[in-house]
Design a protein around this ligand. Structure first.
Ligand SMILES: [Fe+2]
Ligand SMILES: [Fe+2]
Length: 312
């Protein structure tokens, strides 16, 4: 080996070691924070308290039909009922995401040393997601609203994705699932117009989710530097496709039928609503800025993101 290639190899090793150390440092901090701020929703929240009359189940501005002609014709009771069904649909979507995420995390750590902080944190995150999914299911049951599964097509796309996705692809999808819902939940838990139970559920989720977002972001940032080029390109495309699926799957259209509205008409009004477009783009902004920064939003992937309506 000439000395230049030797130098390059040593430098490469040093970078890899630096990245590993950095990864461990982040995970140690997240483990510390998990030890201090984790919640048991079954004990933390009053599940028996009656719902408060006149209060919303989701802030009205974040309900899909808000501001449309159909919304203006609806009674206050019907609007509140829609907020409850949309909260149940989002909780159902949350469970779907969390099930996918848990499998992605298990795959991510499968061949890594279980004594590392990075793996121990992934296991902690899986514990968090188990509690969250049970909490969301309990909220749906408590409200007597249906469970709103995503369509069979999306369920099967999810099945394929969680089986074949690469590491950076997995973390991009994780962030997509977590950040937009997180943005909505950050507006929900402090909102006094919203039911106490919903505020409690969203508060717990926001606190624990902040760590998940941190973990996924740091890992994705490293991966977009170290992953092979084909994998980076694959991430751009799958994330764009996932953004498209996500924007369609976001609200299950059965919510409209269940509160007595014409489903097709409601979907058309949501699609045409400038307010809704702004809500979704604002909710995705923190994520799209980050993805742009680390090079995920390029080429054909960027075009898919734009067609999803999540990127302005
Ligand atoms: Fe969660
Ligand atoms: Fe999470």
């Amino acid at each position: 080996m000439t000395s230049t290639t030797e130098d390059a190899a040593i430098e490469g090793l040093r970078d890899a070691l630096g990245a590993l150390k950095d990864r461990e440092r982040v995970a140690e901090r997240l483990l510390d924070s998990s030890a201090k701020h984790s919640f048991d929703p079954d004990k933390e929240l009053d599940w028996e308290a009656p719902f408060e009359p006149g209060k919303w189940f989701w802030p009205p501005e974040l309900v899909s039909l808000y501001g449309t002609p159909m919304w203006r014709r609806m009674s206050e009771d019907q609007r509140i009922a829609l907020s409850q069904h949309e909260a149940a649909a989002l909780a159902s979507l949350g469970i779907w995401f969390e099930l996918i995420l848990m499998q992605l995390l298990v795959r991510h750590i499968y061949d890594k040393p279980a004594t590392s902080a990075h793996v121990r944190y992934a296991l902690t995150e899986i514990e968090d997601e188990c509690r969250h999914s049970k909490m969301f299911a309990r909220l749906i049951t408590r409200g007597d609203t249906p469970y709103y599964p995503v369509s069979a097509v999306h369920r099967n796309l999810g099945r394929l994705f969680k089986t074949i996705s690469t590491t950076p692809g997995s973390f991009t999808a994780t962030l997509l699932g977590e950040e937009i819902l997180d943005w909505m939940q950050r507006l929900t838990f402090p909102d006094e117009r919203v039911q106490t139970l919903v505020r409690g559920v969203t508060r717990i989720h926001v606190v624990e989710e902040a760590r998940h977002v941190r973990y996924a972001r740091e890992e994705l940032r490293r991966q977009m530097v170290t992953a092979p080029r084909w994998s980076q390109e694959f991430t751009r495309l799958t994330s764009g496709e996932f953004a498209r699926v996500f924007s369609v799957a976001f609200i299950n259209p059965e919510v409209y039928t269940n509160v007595g509205l014409d489903k097709r008409r409601a979907m058309a009004e949501v699609k045409a609503s400038p307010h809704r477009r702004e809500v979704m783009q604002t909710g995705a902004k923190r994520l799209t800025d980050f993805l742009d920064d680390i090079g995920v939003l390029r080429g054909a992937g960027r075009r898919l993101w734009k067609s999803s309506g999540l990127l302005a």
